[in-house]
Design a protein around this ligand. Structure first.
Ligand code: ZN
Length: 75
């Protein structure tokens, strides 16, 4: 049975400053290639969903601005 690691990620809208919390869970095995990251829920006036394997897309419900958490840097 896979252990799940749960934590909160803070989100701040770059456009209007609205803040929210994204509740994230992922597999707690560093040797695994895939984290199976998932959005469990949100707090505040935001919505969030997975955008691919790692990135979380967050929409500010106040101004409809879209931001990202865990965005991969281009190498
Ligand atoms: Zn906003």
């Amino acid at each position: 049975m896979a252990a799940r690691d749960r934590y909160n990620a803070n989100f701040k809208c770059e456009n209007c400053g609205n803040e929210g919390i994204v509740k994230v869970s992922e597999d707690d095995y560093p040797f695994m290639k895939k984290l199976h990251r998932d959005v469990d829920g949100v707090e505040g006036q935001i919505s969030a969903h997975m955008n691919g394997e790692f990135e979380i897309q967050v929409t500010c419900l106040k101004c409809k601005n879209v931001g990202y958490l865990f965005k991969r840097k281009r190498s």
